[in-house]
Design a protein around this ligand. Structure first.
Ligand code: ATP
Ligand code: MG
Length: 557
């Protein structure tokens, strides 16, 4: 895949810049605001930016855009660092905080004032809106637009020194009140806000606005290509205005691409926050969420997310991807990496009446027929086993080839067994299936067998079984009702989490640690939960089932 794909439009732009000598190297960044956990969309941005830096032998910065003191939290800084590192985007010693540049941003604002390109305004927020005009009408000049440089400098310094209340004064860039682009109508670049900042404490009571701060952050760090999502396209003229007028030798260049959207999936911070707060999900890392922490806990791997990002493509046009593509990627990634073992999720006892009581023997099983390097193990076999409840039927429909009275099946890796009876409890629930086995049918190929059977089922020996809890998931969104209800809340699927408390696996599961994943024969890929799993009481999350009707779109094979 990777190598053969055609170059995306961002790579074409970079190639051109390098060829024309606009830049002689490539330097990208990922600039999250630490106000929530990262999700799959951010993973796309991280992998894109990091991938470009790698591809061109350049540099990649992780920069926290922490210029807004209200919403930011250290909890989010820590989780973001962990997520970025886990994705393999190595920022080494290139970790930055925008708030470390407050002094330089302040200086840049004074530079603009000295050039006659910024002024202090007395307009209230409401007046500001009135003066701004509309899409069809130009704005009107601020009455203070022509203040002298000296007066502006004096007022701006007094803003900094705390003489004014929140909202009383702002610093505006002097650009063009008649611009068809409203972002260019003398935007506010500094505001008064008497707030404590998590990094700079009470040092500042004025804070730069995003559209002023962001281009400066990029320029200070020597970023060449500032890659962002499409909603910033209309802000690009302002971005360029800032870096040009503050004066940088090789100002960064902004390039926009389309956000990643997933059909029927909740990504918005606001919605996830609500699900977390009302207890619908178990935190930001609930395995049903597409937060990076949730995907990791579910058992997704960095490689599977990379494949997903590659396959979903980088483009300038908005489009949506299917969750099934994500599932395809994790199956592809794990199918040859994981050990395949037998585990029973919904057990019923199977007793082999003619097998000696108290006897145990070992049968062999390769861990993964598609990857011999994973080796093989010995699996204990005896008189009492567990099988899946659905692998026995008292009255089978047509084409049911598993166990029913009189029918013979193969126990995977072991013998042929024939059903000779069963027991039920008072409620009519089957409690035991009785079989006899044929000692002549141990392991071996079809040719070596005395006769053919149509069904093969998996099993676990009861005495040596490792008990565990399995969690099976469906989309947290009730797809039939749509993502949101009329109040804008998420329509939660009541079956999004099913907990199976009495599951059994062969002994190979016993040494599993957090994040280890396995393919359970016929049941899917499972991952040991990092939060709820304990030694002797494992909890595994189903990452994905084995089969799907999903096909890669043509051209992606
Ligand atoms: P907010 O709504 O709080 O601004 P955000 O998702 O934009 O949330 P940021 O921290 O500002 O969060 O995003 C960091 C970077 O991730 C930005 O460069 C942004 O463009 C990019 N990004 C965010 N969402 C997506 C997405 N769905 N697809 C691709 N990139 C995204
Ligand atoms: Mg944002």
């Amino acid at each position: 895949m990777g190598e053969e794909r055609s170059r995306n439009f961002i790579e074409n732009e970079i190639d051109k810049d390098l060829k024309e000598g606009v830049y002689d190297s490539v330097h990208t960044r990922f600039p999250p605001e630490p106000n929530g956990y990262l999700h799959i969309g951010h993973a796309k941005s991280i992998l894109l930016n990091y991938g470009l830096a790698k591809e061109y032998g350049g540099k990649f910065n992780l920069r926290f855009d922490d210029t807004n003191p209200t919403k930011e939290k250290t909890e989010f800084v820590d989780s973001i660092k962990e997520d970025v590192r886990w994705l393999g985007a190595d920022y080494e010693d290139r970790l930055f905080f925008a708030s470390d540049y407050f002094d330089r941003m302040y200086e840049a604002a004074e530079t603009l004032i000295n050039k006659g390109l910024a002024y202090v305004s007395d307009l209230t927020a409401e007046e500001m809106r009135e003066y701004r005009g509309t899409l069809t009408e130009p704005g009107r000049d601020d009455p203070m637009r022509n203040r002298s440089i000296e007066e502006n400098l004096d007022l701006f310094r007094r803003m900094r020194d705390g003489e004014f209340a929140d909202g009383e004064k702002t610093l505006r860039a002097k650009i063009d009140m008649a611009s068809p682009n409203i972002n260019m109508r003398d935007p506010i670049i500094y505001r008064v806000a008497h707030m404590t900042h998590h990094n700079t404490g009470d040092k500042w009571c004025i804070y730069p606005m995003y559209d002023f701060a962001h281009p400066l952050e990029d320029a200070f760090e020597g970023i060449t290509h500032s890659i962002c999502t499409l909603e910033f396209e209309d802000h690009r003229p302002l971005y360029n205005w800032v870096v040009e007028n503050v004066g940088f030798d090789r100002p960064p260049r902004q390039i926009e691409f389309a956000k990643l959207y997933l059909n029927n999936v909740v990504t918005g911070k606001r919605y996830i926050k609500k699900l977390v707060e009302d207890g619908t999900v178990d935190g930001w890392d609930d395995p049903r969420l597409v937060s990076i922490a949730g995907l990791r806990r579910r058992g997704y791997t960095p490689d599977s997310l990379k494949m997903f990002v590659e396959l979903s493509g980088i483009s300038k046009a908005n489009s949506t991807a299917e969750y099934a593509l994500l599932e395809y990627c994790i199956r592809e990634d794990l199918k040859n990496k994981d050990k395949r073992i037998m585990a029973v999720l919904d057990p019923v006892k199977l007793i082999i009446d003619n097998y000696p009581e108290g006897q145990t023997e070992m049968v062999k099983g390769v861990f993964n027929p598609d990857n011999p390097e994973l080796g093989e193990r010995e699996i204990p076999f005896g008189r009492e086993l567990y099988i899946e409840r659905e692998d026995f039927m008292e009255e089978p429909p047509k084409k049911y080839f598993r166990l029913f009275p009189g029918n013979e099946v193969r126990l995977m890796n072991a013998y042929f067994v024939k059903c000779v009876g069963f027991e039920k409890d008072d409620n009519g629930k089957v409690t035991v299936v009785h079989c006899t086995y044929d000692p002549e049918t141990k392991q071996g190929t079809d040719k070596e067998m005395p006769r053919k059977v149509k069904g093969t089922i998996h099993w676990v020996m009861a005495d040596t079984a490792v008990g565990f809890t399995a969690r099976l998931y469906e989309n947290i969104v009730d797809e039939e009702r749509g993502v949101y209800d009329e109040n804008g809340d998420v329509n939660v699927n009541p079956n999004s989490l099913i907990t199976m408390k009495e599951c059994y696996a062969e002994p190979a599961l016993s040494c599993a640690k957090a994040y280890d994943s396995f393919q359970f024969v016929r049941n899917g890929f499972f991952c040991v939960d990092v939060k709820d799993s304990e030694e002797g009481a494992l909890v595994l999350n189903r990452i994905v089932s084995l089969k799907s009707s999903f096909r890669l779109p043509a051209g992606n094979q």
